[in-house]
Structure formats: structure tokens, C-alpha cells
Design a protein around this ligand. Structure first.
Ligand code: SOE
Length: 391
């Protein structure tokens, strides 16, 4: 039931795998830990398989189901459409929902191409004129330690940005016998490590520095070119059969980047870093100091102030768990820490608050398009051998 003194916000979600589960957790917890101006109601989950969708709706906490995104979007009790599907469906669903007057939250990357992303931005800008909002799901921005890093840079605490060093390291397909999934199929995912996890570090670098990537020189690799076809798959793992199929995306992406403030960046996204399960590392070196974040120690930010007394200078290990830090006051006492899932809750909170205030939530679809342009520039540089490609 909707909370009596707050207007309901009917939510419909499409897709119920890894991201669907993370977003469902966010919709369940957001109104219970944050005083929201609207009351999110988990109205409907859409999936193609009726039985599996019904089971997922029961497990994840959705009131009803539909077997098509069109039926979900058409419902009068849906005010916001949450897209948790592979990238090949983002454009048609987001544009359909925006044109139907529904707010949209779309998982990253925004689309599988710059052209698609441009059509989504156009639809979002037209919908904004009617008070309809759209956000793209770069959730790592909403980790409190990342928020603190951005604040320190914005406050000039590290001076002018000279270096960005960004890595996103996973190993879930380092085993050549790990089966195929939609993330390894270009027609579904658009690209491999580059778009799936490289997109995150591109957005993080631009978010924390407040600068844009203005040129890249990149190289993509596919180490394993065919794999067993999956007989079952969930999240990031599954079972393969005897049939084999082609890998049509990159396994790893590395690139150099120019930053709009004159600095330089080194980026690495791979699914073959054995031992690294979800290691996101960002270090920004400036003219007056540095900040460094490692998702494997996600409640901590390291900060170096070059003005410190050399006798006692060193990286400060800041526990970002004080009530003064972003979002923390709504959760636990100092030192208890947050997890991967909390950034999804923060994402839902910020979206609901923006909708209620009539503000534009961030990251916008235009922010998503900016990331898409960098992805395309890295792909072009890798394919052409061009030393520098502008996004
Ligand atoms: C797989 O790499 C994945 O699920 C990404 O798609 C998500 O965006 C990331 O948060 C976790 O890993």
C-alpha cells in the first residue's frame, strides 16, 4: 500500500537477472531508509517467459507481471520504467517509455552505438519539456567514497588534474571453458569489457575530475574466440554444453586518454585478470595531491595532501562512514560500512527526489551519450590503428 501522505510512484521493471535483482533491492529499501517525497510502488515486472517472470516477481517483490515491455509501458499504474535488459533493447524501450510519458531509468551503457544513444538523448530532451525525466545507471558514482573524491577535486584539494589511472578488473571468463552469455555477443551487448565495465571507469573518471575525455588511443583484445554454448546461465556464471559458438566482443580494452583540463589518463578494462573479481581502481594525481579509490575496499578513500609536513606526509586512509559523508547518515553508525547494493539504493533515492522536485536527475542520457562517444572512439582507434581519435 502507498504511504498515505506521499503520492505513489508506480515502478515497472523490465528484466530480472543480475541488474534486475540489484534494482529490485534498491526499490525495496529506498523508501525504508530514506524519507522520500514520493512512495515507490513495485507494481510490475516484465519478462518474456511467464513462469520464470512470475517466480522472479515473487522472489524480488513485484506485485504483478507482464510478458512484454510494451504491455508494461502501456499500464496506467506505471509512472517510471526501469530498464534492466541487455543493451540491444535499451533504445526501443527507453524511447517507447518516454514517448508514453513515463520516467526512465536505463542500465549502462546507455546503448550499443552512438547513433542509438543520440536517438535516446533526443527522446529524453523532448520528454523533459513535458516534465518526464531520464537517468542512466552509472551506480558507482553513488558510492560515498567516490562522492568524497569528487568533492575533494572540486574543492581544489589536489589542484590541477595531471593523471587519471583507472582500472576495472574481473576474471569471470578467464577460464576458456566458461560458457557464452549475452555479454559475449556483440549483437546483444554492443561490445565486451569495453562497454560493460570500461563504461563505468570512463564515467567515474569524468565524474570525479569534472573533466571530459577529449581524445583516446586504444587497443581491444579477444583472447578466447569461441566457447561452449550455455545450457544454463545466471548473473555471471553458467554451465556449457558440447555445442560451441563464437565470441564476438572484446575480452579486454586498454586505452590512453587526453583530459579536457590538460591531463592524461590510462584506462584498463578486462575480464581476464585472474584473482580480481570486481576490482575498480581510480587514482587521480593533481598538482597539489592525489585521491585513490579501490572498490575492493569501497568504504575507504585515500587522500594525499602535498602540503603536509614531509615528516608525517602520506596517503590518509579515510573511512568514508561518517554521517557527514554522502548518504551514510541514512544507514549505519560510523565504521560499519556499505556494500555494492547500496549504490543502487542511492540511485533510486536520487531519481525519486529529482522527479518530485522537477529537476533533471544525473547522470543524464546526454552523460550516457558522452560515454558512448568515448567507447566508439576507442573501438575506432583499435580498429584503425589511429594514434588519437576524438570522441
Ligand atoms: C558485469 O561486468 C557487471 O555485472 C556489470 O555489467 C555491472 O555494471 C557491474 O556493476 C558489475 O559487473
Amino acid at each position: 500500500m502507498a504511504d498515505n501522505d506521499r503520492a505513489p510512484l508506480g515502478v515497472g521493471m523490465i528484466g530480472y537477472s543480475f541488474m534486475g535483482a540489484a534494482h529490485s533491492q534498491a526499490w525495496r529499501t529506498a523508501p525504508r531508509f530514506f524519507d522520500l517525497p514520493l512512495d515507490p510502488q513495485m507494481r510490475v515486472l516484465a519478462g518474456r517467459d511467464p513462469e520464470r517472470t512470475a517466480a522472479a516477481a515473487h522472489r524480488l517483490g513485484w506485485d504483478s507481471t507482464e510478458t512484454s515491455w510494451q504491455a508494461l509501458v502501456a499500464r496506467d499504474d506505471v509512472d517510471l520504467v526501469d530498464i534492466c535488459t541487455p543493451g540491444d533493447t535499451h533504445a526501443e524501450i527507453a524511447i517507447g517509455a518516454l514517448e508514453a510519458g513515463k520516467h526512465v531509468l536505463c542500465e549502462k551503457p546507455l546503448a550499443n552505438s552512438v547513433a542509438e544513444a543520440e536517438t535516446m538523448v533526443a527522446a529524453a530532451e523532448a520528454a523533459e519539456q513535458r516534465g518526464v525525466r531520464a537517468m542512466v545507471g552509472f551506480t558507482y558514482r553513488r558510492v560515498p567514497a567516490v562522492q568524497l573524491a569528487r568533492q575533494l577535486v572540486a574543492d581544489g584539494r589536489i589542484g590541477e588534474v595531471r593523471h587519471v589511472r583507472a582500472q576495472y578488473l574481473q576474471d569471470w571468463i578467464a577460464d576458456a571453458d566458461a560458457p557464452l552469455s549475452w555479454r559475449l555477443d556483440k549483437s546483444k551487448a554492443g561490445s565486451g569489457a569495453l562497454g560493460d565495465i570500461g563504461a563505468h571507469i570512463i564515467d567515474l573518471a569524468q565524474f570525479v575530475t569534472g573533466e571530459q575525455i577529449t581524445g583516446v588511443s586504444g587497443s581491444l583484445r579477444t583472447f578466447v574466440t569461441e566457447r561452449p554454448v550455455a545450457t544454463e546461465f545466471a548473473g555471471l556464471s553458467g554451465q556449457g554444453g558440447t555445442e560451441r559458438g563464437p565470441v564476438t566482443v572484446d575480452d579486454a580494452a586498454v586505452f590512453l586518454a587526453d583530459l579536457s583540463g590538460g591531463g592524461v589518463g590510462v584506462f584498463e578494462a578486462t575480464r581476464f585478470a585472474y584473482g580480481r573479481k570486481n576490482a575498480i581502481r581510480l587514482e587521480v594525481n593533481g598538482s597539489k595531491g592525489s585521491v585513490a579509490f579501490d572498490f575492493e575496499d569501497m568504504n575507504v578513500l585515500h587522500f594525499y595532501d602535498a602540503a603536509d609536513d614531509p615528516v608525517v606526509a602520506g596517503f590518509r586512509r579515510i573511512q568514508v562512514t561518517e554521517p557527514q559523508h554522502a548518504y551514510i547518515g541514512h544507514w549505519w553508525p560510523a565504521g560499519h560500512g556499505l556494500g555494492y547494493e547500496h549504490a543502487f539504493t542511492h540511485q533510486a533515492v536520487d531519481l525519486v527526489e529529482a522527479i518530485a522536485a522537477g529537476d533533471q536527475p544525473t547522470p543524464t542520457f546526454a552523460d550516457g551519450l558522452a560515454v558512448q562517444r568515448v567507447l566508439a572512439a576507442v573501438e575506432l582507434s583499435s580498429e584503425s590503428g589511429a594514434r588519437r581519435v576524438e570522441p
